[in-house]
Ligand binder design. Structure first.
Ligand SMILES: CC(C)(COP(=O)(O)OP(=O)(O)OC[C@H]1O[C@@H](n2cnc3c(N)ncnc32)[C@H](O)[C@@H]1OP(=O)(O)O)[C@@H](O)C(=O)NCCC(=O)NCCS
Length: 227
């Protein structure tokens, strides 16, 4: 018989609170979300998280120390959904410890089946971030569909924003190398790889390529990658 660890026992109240806040009773009792006690949860309300897949226990794992060795035991993850924002899971997902996910009012973050992100990733969604199936992300990745502060023309009194938020779209079977950043308007086609520390600033259309550098460009075509 396998005995529960102290960490898994400490997580029980948070797991129950998280599931019952987010889901109707029928779904909540199945405990689809499993989280570490070191996750700060903000703003999660009934209906703010949708799971479009058969509900299974622990199908969504948030803030776990996984894989061991990439983070300290004490790293805290953050998971926040503002009023009027939505998060959709289309299957299983692992968001490792120290990571931070924030969906702001009006934002819709969609995460495809078989999502795995290593520690210390940051997802900040103000408009739309859509992640396809079978994504593998390294550590310290940033995905942000907005800039944080408005830019306006100093000659124009209309105050029209020059830097609107733009959706970030990531395809199926995409591998994103550690410390890469995907900024507003980024699009990564199916089967592609974003190289270590690259900064993606635009929409790419070619499938199965390596996208690398700052600003990122296609550096290899007709590739495929494996787990
Ligand atoms: C994407 C990756 C796998 C591609 O490897 P590769 O095909 O062997 O790449 P190469 O070394 O042959 O480089 C091909 C070209 O891309 C450039 N390049 C590769 N990685 C780059 C990077 N991170 N940034 C900028 N340019 C890069 C190389 O300079 C080279 O350019 P050149 O042809 O002008 O000389 C690799 O670059 C990478 O990022 N590995 C780390 C992935 C990672 O983060 N793993 C841990 C977390 S899961």
């Amino acid at each position: 018989m396998k005995f529960p660890t102290i960490r898994s026992l400490l997580a029980i109240p948070k797991i129950i609170m998280f599931n019952f806040k987010a889901f109707p009773l029928k779904t909540a009792v199945k405990l689809p979300i499993y989280c570490s006690h070191r996750v700060k949860i903000e703003g999660v309300t009934r209906g703010s998280i949708v799971i479009n897949a058969p509900i299974k226990r622990r199908m969504i794992r948030i803030g776990m120390n996984h894989p061991p060795g990439l983070m300290s035991e004490k790293s805290v993850a953050y998971f926040g959904i503002s009023k009027g924002a939505k998060m959709v899971f289309n299957g299983t997902a692992t968001i490792s410890g120290g990571s931070s996910v924030k969906v702001l009012p009006g934002g819709v973050l969609t995460i495809g089946d078989h999502f795995y992100c290593n520690p210390f990733c940051k997802i900040l969604c103000k408009k739309e971030i859509t992640i396809g199936e079978d994504n593998l992300w390294g550590w310290n990745i940033t995905v942000n569909d907005g800039d944080g502060h408005p830019l306006v023309s100093s000659n124009d009194k209309t105050n029209e924003r020059l830097n609107p938020n733009k959706a970030v779209l990531i395809g199926n079977h995409v591998w994103i190398g550690a410390t890469a950043s995907l900024l507003k308007g980024s699009r990564i086609p199916d089967g592609s790889v974003v190289a270590y520390s690259s900064v993606v600033l635009k929409a790419f259309t070619e499938q199965n390529c390596v996208i690398a550098g700052y600003p990122a460009k296609v550096t290899k075509s007709n590739i495929t990658w494996n787990h």
